[in-house]
Design a protein around this ligand. Structure first.
Ligand code: ADP
Ligand code: MG
Length: 694
């Protein structure tokens, strides 16, 4: 914080704000006067004109003025104070459930009053519940406001009027000190107002320009301009992280031809062209003295794991340790098995670490990392707990990136810091991020794409089937298993309720066991112990189980090539990208594979359309783009995917069109207006983000 900058003055410097209020404001992320100025309304009220009572309708929010005709307390039902107001055009009742004796006298008949509230249907005509009201000294007293009244996001114990006053003060004192960092030429090009005009307008818009209802929905230039500036600032913050990371030192890796050949020969397959290309990109990154920050995107089954194993080889050959982090235990275990097989011919100790590993085993595991005897550790986010220290960490691999936020990613980078040396970082995701969104989420990373599947894969044949044909589907499993093939049955429920999901899977497994008595059926779900889950998966892999009933825990990474049939129950409940990920569990071998989407009828038109997209395409990128079109970026990115990304005014669904221009403008600011960068980040992302330590 710069104490000399008036905008950085604490909110406590303003009149009427004591320590307590300052603490409450802090809960809203407001510490300085600038924070107050950028605390923007989320809606408006229109108190610019008085409505005739005879003309108002339920649902409207209206300002009225009238004379108290009658005031009474009702004891029937919930005790309440009723006050009848008339203005010559009609009558309305005010209703208070909490009231004082003083209010009763204050609202005596004959008093003039103004009220503002939403109008609704009451027992006896129109009514307003707990309106904002003012007693008037005479009927002529002016009650209207010149501009729309801003309504700000609040926190407990903070009143709208206190916040309004504080913001007004901050604006009066400091608005003039705001620097407009957007270049003049840009404002002209997009027809944007200046920063001061935009801020002024949004805190106090005149009702001629806009109505309270439409102001935040339309293409109002003041709002657009600020949304643009905010998105730009988010993008800039990632770019700064990236540039700062590039200034760090990392260990350069290189390997000799023999080691390389040795490794490639120990693989049970030949790398695809796309894998080779991405490996070359990784190798070039790691040969430098700056940390690699690379995201590998590749559809499910495109073979990302082996690419990360090759990166691990580079680190090992240079004498460095590798940490591989997966989002689930199941997936970590699978990576552990793959790595163990692929590095079989190398003298490398590979260890496994999750939260489940406790006591002495944990202790010895941690020791092998600390003394450097373990070369590779594979695990879940338990890997990045404080107790875990590395002797010489040279590479971090994060699988299925979309589950981790930007800030978590940065924390991890910090983890491997050792004597000024940072590890290289490789991030892998199967969720294709459309270009525009990648810009807000991954601008700190370089992107490689594996756009080719291993040879011999046939497209998965997907059908959309109503639940009325369930018996037919079950019979099909019978025939399938008779041909020595295996299958998945996936039970889905709304994600929040894992318990219900497990219960549904248990019931389904029971039912299927009854109707398919000759088939070996097992169950795997998120509430099982890791060891039990592992045992079931291992049996399935060894073909000791024919049909695996599962919850969406198998979404990521599980690999059993002989399992070529998947039934997904209630697919209409999941997003397209998630369904595509699930479906990616089949189609991993050379034989035909099928996915049956067993929906609950009736299906809405949109749901039918969405499932149709999945039926017609096997391309994760195409599906992600369509998903984006149908659901909008806000939904697709979700909170899980955006980490802590929160906007003050921008809305990804509404402001997608703004994103296109951001990279070029960011580029030009980074090169020609360096002064603008940090202040913009501070203005929009606040002081909480500390990039200095990245
Ligand atoms: P994902 O990209 O979804 O993580 P995986 O790394 O799990 O994919 O690979 C999917 C399957 O394909 C695994 O069984 C893996 O061993 C196999 N695989 C990877 N690369 C190739 C290749 N070039 N040729 C044949 N099979 C491959
Ligand atoms: Mg994978």
């Amino acid at each position: 914080m710069d104490r000399n900058d008036p905008l950085d003055q604490s909110v406590a410097s303003l009149g009427g704000i004591g320590k307590q209020t300052a603490n409450k404001l802090e809960k809203l992320g407001i510490r300085t006067c600038q924070d107050l100025i950028f605390h923007l309304p989320h809606r408006y009220e229109d108190r610019t004109r008085i409505q005739a009572i005879g003309a108002i309708k339920p649902g409207m929010t209206a300002l009225i003025k009238g004379k108290v005709e009658l005031t009474d307390t009702l004891l029937r039902g919930r005790k309440s104070l009723i006050c009848r107001i008339g203005d010559g055009t009609g009558f309305i009742n005010l209703r208070f459930f909490h009231f004082s004796a003083a209010q009763l006298t204050q609202l005596s008949p004959g008093t003039y009053i103004s009220c503002f509230a939403e109008v609704r249907h009451g027992y006896a005509g129109l009514e307003m519940i707990h309106p904002d009201y003012k007693i008037l000294s005479n009927p002529e007293q002016s009650i209207t406001e010149d501009t729309l009244t801003p309504v700000y996001p609040l926190t407990e114990g903070l009143s709208q009027s206190l916040l309004r006053k504080a913001i007004k003060q901050a604006l009066n004192l400091h608005l003039k000190n705001l620097t407009d960092w957007l270049p003049e030429s840009l404002l002209q090009r997009f027809n944007y107002p200046t920063l001061i005009q935009a801020i002024n307008f949004l805190h106090a818009p005149s009702s001629e320009q806009m109505t309270a209802e439409t102001l935040l929905q339309n293409d109002n230039p003041a709002r657009k301009r600020l949304a643009f500036e905010e998105l730009l600032s988010h993008h800039l913050s990632l770019r700064v992280v990236r540039e700062q990371a590039r200034e760090q030192l990392a260990p350069p890796f290189s390997i000799d031809e023999t080691t390389r050949r040795h490794f490639l020969k120990s693989l049970p397959f030949q790398l695809t062209g796309a894998q080779q290309r991405v490996i070359a990109e990784i190798e070039a990154d790691c040969s430098r003295q700056q940390p690699m920050l690379r995201l590998v995107q590749g559809d499910v089954g495109s073979g990302k794991t082996v690419v990360s194993a090759y990166a691990a080889l580079l680190a090992l050959a240079a004498g460095y340790q590798v940490a591989v982090m997966a989002p689930t235990e199941l997936l970590a275990e699978q990576h552990f098995r793959n790595f163990t097989a692929w590095f079989d011919r190398f003298q490398t100790q590979i260890i496994f670490l999750t939260g489940q590993i406790k006591g002495n085993t944990r202790k010895t595991t941690l020791e092998t990392l600390e003394d450097g005897s373990a070369g590779i550790v594979i695990g879940t986010h338990a890997l990045f707990q404080e107790s875990v220290t590395f002797k010489k960490l040279g590479l971090i691999v994060i699988d299925e990136q979309h589950r981790f936020g930007v800030h978590q990613r940065m924390a991890l980078r910090d983890k491997g810091r050792n004597a000024g040396i940072r590890p290289h970082q490789l991030v892998m995701t199967a969720t294709p991020i459309p270009r525009t969104l990648a810009m807000l989420q991954y601008s700190d990373l370089d992107i490689s794409i594996i756009d080719e599947l291993p040879p011999g894969r046939k497209p998965i044949v997907t059908s959309v089937i109503p639940s009325e044909r369930r018996e037919e589907v079950i019979a099909r499993i019978g025939h399938w298993v008779a041909q020595k093939r295996q299958a998945y049955w996936v039970c889905t429920l709304i994600e929040e309720s894992e318990a219900l999901q497990c219960e549904a899977a248990e019931k389904t497994a029971e039912l299927l066991t009854q109707v398919l008595p000759d088939i070996r059926i097992a169950l795997v779900h998120g509430r099982m112990k890791a060891a039990d889950k592992d045992a079931v998966m291992q049996d399935f892999k060894n073909h000791q189980i024919d049909l695996l009933v599962a919850t969406t825990v198998i979404e990521v990474g599980v690999d059993v090539p002989n399992a070529g049939l998947m039934i997904i129950e209630n697919p209409e409940r999941l997003g397209l990208s998630q369904l595509h990920q699930l479906r990616g569990r089949v189609g991993r071998g050379k034989d035909d594979s099928y996915c049956l989407l067993l929906y609950q009828s009736p299906l809405s038109d949109t749901a039918r359309h969405r499932l149709g997209i999945l039926r017609d395409s096997n391309d994760g990128f195409v599906i992600a783009e369509k998903d984006l079109e149908l659901r909008g970026p806000g939904e697709v990115m979700g909170t899980r995917q955006t980490g802590q990304m929160q906007f003050k005014i921008a809305d990804l669904d509404r402001d997608t069109d703004l994103l296109d221009n951001i990279p070029t403008i960011a580029e030009s600011l980074l090169h020609h207006s360096t002064d603008a960068v940090q202040p913009l980040i501070k203005r929009w992302l606040g002081e909480t983000v500390n990039y200095a330590e990245v």
